[in-house]
Design a protein around this ligand. Structure first.
Ligand SMILES: CC(C)NC(=O)[C@H](Cc1c[nH]c2ccccc12)NC(=O)[C@H](CCCC/N=C(/NCCC(=O)O)S[C@H]1O[C@H](COP(=O)(O)OP(=O)(O)OC[C@H]2O[C@@H](n3cnc4c(N)ncnc43)[C@H](O)[C@@H]2O)[C@@H](O)[C@H]1O)NC(=O)OCc1ccccc1
Length: 310
């Protein structure tokens, strides 16, 4: 970490010139907790692009496919642990007020790791919802359930944990198959089929009756409580974020592990800049640091944030 910029960052964040701080977080914050990001290989699940599956249309066309995708992500998020980046923001949410500062975290992540790092819930807005909220899809049923960490949600969703066919299991199963094994980015040995492409555990045909169903209206399919592409963010969340930005000048925005490619979330950076606020970016990709006239911290958010916010 460039000590010069760290010193000037510290000099600024500890003075009362910097009274109001906003943090905008993305998938990069949870990367070192072992959760895939949306960009690059992480953006793919069994060759499906995450963004294709994260849409109301995909759910209407094939709810079984979309539930296997979200069951896999729920499982990964349940297995994951908050990292020091989450804890550094959580700590700031606890001490900000005692230092006469206002602080709010806007996270695009639906993995629940900021909450699990005991971030003060009053200073945390999950812009895109949560994997652990379930909502009924019937138009006349408002059933919503939070903090449901049950896995699998139904017996038919068992087996969505592994994205790849685990060779050891397969080895046992099919000794005579001539397959060569190769390492995949999850560090798990992936089976490279004779066609050379990694072999995924097959997507199952799950009948509607095998999917999570509303316990209230008994008929509606439940869906993950996340914001899909083409859907509006929760108005309550948009209002709270607007309240924070408009009730006082935001002096600093921390832009953490995000490609700033999804809207309206990406728009908060510019709104702070238009108020004359300063920007500090934490990212592993030089490209995503470009265009920042504030502090640029290149590296893993889980390592950088504890140093920057201590
Ligand atoms: C793709 C994009 C162009 N499309 C959009 O933005 C669309 C359309 C749109 C709206 N306005 C626009 C304006 C211009 C262009 C397009 C639009 N927006 C919408 O559809 C939004 C809804 C958007 C929300 C979609 N849901 C998600 N998630 C939940 C689901 C799910 O997760 O399954 S978005 C999802 O993708 C985004 C991924 O971005 P990042 O988190 O930044 O992750 P990414 O992988 O891209 O980047 C990771 C970064 O981390 C860095 N990194 C990696 N490792 C580390 C590390 N270790 N440390 C630090 N950094 C690291 C990498 O270098 C990289 O920079 C996140 O927001 C994430 O939540 N809704 C809406 O506009 O509704 C309208 C409306 C209004 C009123 C009434 C009705 C409708």
């Amino acid at each position: 970490m460039n000590q010069g910029s760290l010193a000037s960052f510290h000099e600024y964040i500890t003075t009362d010139k910097c009274r109001t701080i906003l943090a905008l977080c993305g998938a990069g914050l949870s990367a070192s907790s072992g959760l895939p990001t949306f960009r690059g290989s992480g953006g793919l699940w069994k060759n499906y692009s995450s963004m294709d599956l994260a849409t109301p249309d995909a759910f209407n066309v094939d709810p079984g496919l979309v539930w296997q995708f979200y069951s896999y992500r729920r499982y990964k998020a349940i297995q994951a642990k908050p990292n020091n980046g989450h804890y550094a923001l959580s700590q700031l949410s606890k001490v900000a007020a005692s230092k006469g500062k206002k602080f709010l975290t806007l996270t695009q992540n639906v993995d629940g790791l900021s909450r699990r790092a005991h971030h003060d819930p009053e200073q945390l807005l999950e812009l895109h919802g949560s994997l652990f909220t379930l909502k009924c899809t019937s138009f006349d049923c408002t059933y919503t359930e939070n903090n449901n960490f049950k896995h699998p949600l139904t017996p038919q969703l068992q087996g969505c944990e592994e994205e790849w066919i685990n060779p050891r299991k397969r080895q046992r199963r099919t000794e005579n198959e001539n397959e060569n094994e190769n390492e995949n980015e999850d560090g798990k040995d992936a089976v490279i089929s004779t066609t050379g492409s990694p072999e995924f555990t097959p997507v199952k045909e799950i009948p509607r009756s095998g999917l999570p169903t509303c316990p209230q209206c008994k008929t509606g399919l439940l869906r993950p409580g996340v914001v899909w592409f083409g859907e509006s963010l929760p108005f309550k969340v948009l209002d709270q974020a607007d309240q924070f930005i408009m009730s006082q000048k935001v002096d600093l925005i921390l832009v953490i592990g995000t490609s700033q490619s999804v809207w309206p979330a990406a728009g908060y950076v510019n709104r702070v800049k238009l108020q004359g606020g300063k920007v500090a970016i934490f990212n592993t990709d030089e490209e995503d640091l470009e265009g920042c006239d504030g502090w640029k911290f290149l590296g893993d958010a889980a390592e950088l944030l504890p140093q920057a916010l201590k």
